[in-house]
Design a protein around this ligand. Structure first.
Ligand code: C2G
Length: 129
C-alpha cells in the first residue's frame, strides 16, 4: 500500500490546509503529516506560530484523511522522516516547487497547487482590521 507524507506548520488551520491534506491523501492509501515544531518556526521565521505545536498537531490529527502525525523538528531531517515512515510519495504545496527534487531517488515527489487567496497571514490581517 502507498504511504503519502507531507509537512507543514498548519497554523490557524484554514481551508487551504484542509484541501492540501485531502489532495495529498488521494495520492495513496495512508497519509502521514509532519507538523513543524514551534522551535523550527522560530528559528526559520523568527516568530512562534499563533497556536502551539501540540494544538496544531491535535487539529491535523483530527482531520479524517490523516492517519499519522509527528513533529517535524528540522527541515534537514526530511530524508530521515521519509525513511522512518516508509513513505512512497512526498507531497508539498507548490510554494516549495523544486525544493525537494533531490528526494526523487527515495520516493516520488509531487507538488500540488496551493488554494488561491487564503493564508494564515491573510486570516490574521482580516481579523486585525
Ligand atoms: N497550502 C495550500 N494552500 C494555501 C496555504 C497553504 O495548499 N492557501 C499548503 C502549503 O503549500 C503547504 C501546506 O499547506 O504544503 C502547509 O502550509 P504551511 O503551514 O504554510 O507550511 P509551511 O510553513 O510552508 O511548512 O517542511 C516544510 C515546513 O514544515 C514548513
Amino acid at each position: 500500500s502507498r504511504v503519502v507524507i507531507t509537512f507543514g506548520t498548519f497554523d490557524v488551520f484554514h481551508v487551504g490546509h484542509l484541501r492540501i491534506l485531502q489532495r495529498a491523501a488521494a495520492h495513496g492509501d495512508s497519509l502521514v503529516v509532519g507538523v513543524s515544531t514551534d522551535q523550527l518556526n522560530h528559528s526559520k521565521k523568527g516568530r512562534y506560530p499563533v497556536y502551539t505545536q501540540q494544538e496544531r498537531a491535535e487539529i491535523v490529527a483530527a482531520i479524517k484523511c490523516v492517519d499519522t502525525v509527528f513533529y517535524e523538528e528540522s527541515l534537514d531531517l526530511k530524508g530521515d522522516y521519509i525513511t522512518r515512515y516508509a513513505a512512497n510519495v512526498l507531497v508539498m504545496g507548490d510554494d516549495w516547487h523544486g525544493k525537494f527534487d533531490h528526494f526523487a531517488g527515495q520516493c516520488e515527489v509531487v507538488y500540488l497547487p496551493r488554494t488561491p487567496a487564503i493564508s494564515t497571514t491573510e486570516v490574521i490581517e482580516k481579523i486585525r482590521y
